[in-house]
Design a protein around this ligand. Structure first.
Ligand code: SF4
Length: 386
């Protein structure tokens, strides 16, 4: 049964589109993507059919996020057709107060001026560039297919083409990278004044090439103390450069540049995910598509939604998620929302734990919000145990 916790229905949904192609696999990546682009036309045909199947089944979206994979592998014409089909099948909110946020994830190696200009012409107003590092050694270790030179020229070309909302993705904790070389990458990033910076700690899944090398003992990863130092120094450097550290891994120059789309994942807003392996969420339902492109294409070509599985979340699961995700944001959780939406009074249920975490300097409560301190943000995963 679909039961919608209070307020969830009033939240504006977002649209995610997964483009499952990459020219080569990065050594740390366990996302689903194919390294041959020969199936792109078949995939796009199926994607447009999937859009038709969901046509008008969601309220108007105020965000569209084209992710992957590597969406910048599509030609300008293919990308244009994606956006034309989005607009034909769905309503995008557009009023004087809200312009839809339309984001594309890109690889620096693909960013030439004419491609970037065509993205702007198609209404894409936010570009996320997978720079990962401005250190050639780190890029090689990670198995990225771009160079530092391409990263620099890609960021510069994006600005020159007219993007006013640029996000850079960076990775820290790469073996053999000391704090000094990581801070050099951050300083180089700041030189471009991107509106948004995401800093992810390198994590290794067992079946990836780097995961296997790690298990074979070829290198070690930073221990807890060093990870903490990376986290704190990152925050300090970027806050000093006027970036607001608004979520564990995310920094924005001003509230208007926080990622509106990612916020939807953190506050239980509905979102529709299209394409292989894409996840969707609405009320208390989460569902996800087949991972393999073949299964995805077969389902759609047989006239079915390509859903692999649907999960119905209990009120308790939703509440735990809300706590886990909320405490990864600097704003934290509005306690009254927790009561209204999930029928849970954290003060009554976990008073001792809350007192202890406040005494330890990990959590604070102010104006009805429970939020992590800077130290709390560094250990956000363990805070979710409350
Ligand atoms: S570009 Fe992104 S999705 Fe593609 S292999 Fe690299 S990390 Fe994975």
């Amino acid at each position: 049964m679909t039961h919608c916790p209070e307020n969830m229905n009033s939240k504006i949904p977002g649209l995610y589109i997964h483009i499952p192609f990459c020219l080569s696999k990065c050594h740390y990546c366990d996302f689903y993507s194919l390294t041959s682009i020969s199936a792109v036309p078949d995939f796009l045909d199926a994607l447009f059919k999937e859009m038709e199947m969901y046509c008008n089944r969601f309220n108007p979206f105020d965000t569209v996020y084209i992710g992957g994979g590597t969406p910048s592998l599509l030609s300008p014409q293919q990308l244009e057709s994606v956006l034309v089909n989005v607009r034909e099948n769905f309503n995008l909110i557009s009023n004087p107060e809200i312009t839809p946020e339309i984001t594309i994830e890109t690889n620096p190696a693909d960013l030439n001026r004419s491609f970037l200009e065509s993205m702007c012409e198609n209404g894409i107003n936010r570009i996320n560039i997978g720079v990962q590092s401005f250190d050639e050694k780190a890029l090689n270790f990670l198995g990225r297919r771009h160079s530092v030179k391409q990263a620099i020229s890609g960021v510069e070309a994006s600005r020159a083409a007219g993007f006013h909302n640029i996000g850079l993705d960076l990775i820290y904790g790469v073996p053999a990278q000391d704090i000094g070389s990581w801070l050099d990458t951050l300083k180089q990033a700041v030189v471009f004044s991107p509106e948004h910076i995401s800093c992810y700690q390198l994590t290794l899944e067992t079946k990836t090439p780097l995961g296997m090398r790690y298990q074979a003992g070829e290198f070690s990863l930073p221990g807890e103390e060093l990870q903490y130092e990376f986290f704190m120094k990152t925050s300090e450097l970027l806050e000093d450069a006027d970036y607001n550290h608004y979520e564990v891994s995310n920094f924005a120059r001003g509230k208007e540049h926080t990622s509106r789309h990612n916020q939807k994942y953190w506050d239980h807003s509905p979102f529709l995910g299209l394409g292989p392996s894409a996840h969707s969420f609405h009320c208390n339902q989460r569902w996800w598509n087949h991972h393999s492109l073949d299964q995805y294409l077969s389902a759609i070509n047989a006239g079915n939604l390509p859903i692999e599985e649907t999960e119905t979340l209990t009120m308790e699961q939703l509440r735990l998620e809300a706590l886990y995700l909320g405490l990864r944001t600097k704003k934290g959780i509005f306690l009254q929302d927790l009561k209204n939406q999930y029928h849970y009074d954290l003060f009554t249920e976990k008073k001792e734990m809350l007192d202890k975490l406040q005494e330890e300097g990990l959590l604070s409560i102010q104006n009805g919000y429970l939020y992590p301190t800077q130290t709390g943000l560094a250990v956000a995963d363990s805070l979710s145990l409350i």
